[in-house]
Design a binder for this molecule. Structure first.
Ligand code: NAI
Ligand code: MG
Length: 477
């Protein structure tokens, strides 16, 4: 007899205001246009709050506040004192971690166990890590004795890791003495605004961190603002290209962290059960809304059938549903638009002749959800093998030799990440050295640490975040 499933809901209360303003110059101010937009909980399609829609004037005010703070308080401050603020923010993130996790899950749809154990933990870790660098910058760039900050940074972040991407942008920028105007994504602005509140409570000097909410138009105003010295962007390759064109010739600095279509390569000698766990983590983590997701599985021909059988059984055990349920593995798709994009690409896979396998669970009546899925019979020419789906959908292909695996893995305009599963250390190294990807995980996937650099090649962007390398874009030496 099947036992009824009793959900285990996260119950930490979180206060969500009916309306949110921008955080500019240390104050909460409405949009000059007076307009707002709704942010929605994608798990049930309920409106959570109205949020200020940033105009070009709002961006202008925020850039001016950031400039004043840069010149009057943040840049002249002793680096060790700057560090104290970063430590304070890091501790506050830790203290308010449950609240941040619940807010992240409600606004974006990711499973609470991920926002709780990954996003918030990593966000705090980034602030702790870069706080330690603030007074050691002379060691950050070889040969540079006194590297200086760049100035005012415009940071634009996506909706897949809203708080964590804000932390990735803010922590190194602030540690180096820059001030920031942050533009969160329009479907997930709430944790960035809570982070602004944390900055306020940490007594961070007004204007050092400013948050202007809005959509692509607000982002474009920030990119085009002449008072911004550097743009740091994470998002789609399409928008990355637009930004690159806008910035070209202006003297502004730019780093881009864009899309990916990572190969996860499984050799026949790999421990298959472990590899299956790595494949599951690689593609179904955060519903596949991950730029470095292992979305192309390259499996050695002789173990293809065994792996597919194990994977089909494994996805049946993934629990899809309410993201606030602590047992949920697959939460909600971030937005109706993203759901439509995933659905369209899945349709193309079927139409082009690949075979769809999906978990057989029911979908909640409201909200946007997509079952954990994978395709077999995929050819490299299929759209599902070439385009970033950004959903819980894996494309499985085969190879015979290591060199064939490398060739297929590199057959993409992207180059953000890759994975290799083999029992042989030498084979891992042989393959890893030949993969054109910023990060190569060996016998693991989606592992992160603030001390290790992250970033891509080619259409995945340029510049590195994390580690010592992550300081460089924020310093002029
Ligand atoms: P997007 O690139 O439009 O959004 C990312 C951020 O850029 C958001 O804050 C957005 O408001 C801002 N933005 C949009 N247009 C802008 C412009 N012209 N100038 C400055 N900022 C602008 O991504 P979107 O449309 O939400 O997602 C579309 C696809 O992009 C996804 O299906 C996925 O394939 C990919 N994507 C990749 C991400 C990654 O981390 N690599 C993150 C988000 C999306
Ligand atoms: Mg939302």
């Amino acid at each position: 007899m099947a036992l009824a499933y009793a959900p285990s809901l996260e119950t930490t209360p979180v206060r969500i205001a009916p309306r949110y303003e921008h955080f500019i110059g240390g104050r909460w101010v409405g949009s000059t246009g007076g307009e707002t937009f709704a942010t929605v909980n994608p798990a049930n399609e309920e409106v959570l709050a109205q949020v200020a829609a940033g105009t070009a004037d709002d961006v202008d005010r925020a850039v001016a506040a950031a400039r004043t703070a840069y010149e009057r308080s943040w840049r002249p401050m002793r680096p060790a004192d700057r560090a104290k603020y970063l430590y304070r923010i890091a501790r506050a993130i830790t203290e308010r971690s449950r609240e941040l996790a619940v807010l992240e899950t409600k606004d974006g749809g990711k499973p609470i166990k991920e926002s709780r154990d990954f996003d918030v933990v990593q966000a705090a870790a980034h602030f702790f890590y870069y706080a330690g660098w603030a007074d050691k910058l002379r060691y950050a760039i070889h040969g540079a004795t006194d590297p200086a900050p760049v100035g005012v940074v415009g940071s634009i972040v996506p909706w897949n890791f809203p708080l964590l991407m804000a932390a990735w942008k803010l922590a190194p920028a602030l540690a180096c003495g820059n001030t920031v105007v942050l533009k969160p994504a329009e479907t997930t602005p709430l944790t960035a605004l809570l982070l602004a509140e944390i900055c306020e409570e940490a007594d961070l000097p007004p204007g050092v961190v400013n948050v202007v909410t809005g959509d692509g138009r607000t982002g474009a105003a920030l990119v085009g603002h002449p008072g911004v010295d550097k743009i740091a962007f994470t998002g789609s390759t399409e928008v990355g290209k637009i930004i690159q064109r806008t910035v070209a010739g202006t003297g502004k600095r730019l780093t881009l962290e864009l899309g990916g279509k990572a190969a996860n390569i499984v050799f026949a000698d790999a421990p298959l059960d472990q590899a299956v766990e790595g494949v599951v983590n690689g593609i179904y983590f955060n519903q596949g809304h991950v730029c470095c997701a292992g979305s192309r599985l390259l499996v050695q021909e002789s173990v293809h059938d065994a792996l597919v059988e194990k994977l089909a059984a494994r996805i049946e055990t993934l629990r899809l549903g309410d993201p606030l349920d602590k047992n949920t593995d697959i939460g909600a798709i971030n937005s109706a638009a993203q759901h439509a994009k995933i659905t369209e690409l899945v349709r193309s896979g079927i139409d082009e002749g690949a075979v769809l396998h999906e978990q057989s669970c029911a979908l909640p009546a409201r909200g946007w959800y997509h079952r954990a899925s994978f395709f077999t019979g995929v050819s490299q020419a299929h759209r599902i093998a070439r385009e970033e789906i950004f959903g819980p959908v894996l494309a499985i292909m085969t190879f015979r030799t290591a060199d064939e695996a490398i060739e297929k893995a590199n057959n993409t305009p992207y180059g953000l990440s890759a994975g290799v599963w083999t029992d042989k250390g030498a084979k891992s190294m042989y393959v890893a050295q030949r993969l054109r990807a910023g990060v190569v995980w060996c016998s693991t996937f989606n592992q992160f640490d603030p001390s290790s650099p992250f970033g891509g090649y080619r259409e995945s962007g340029f510049g590195r975040e994390g580690g010592v390398a992550g300081l460089r874009p924020y310093l002029s030496a």
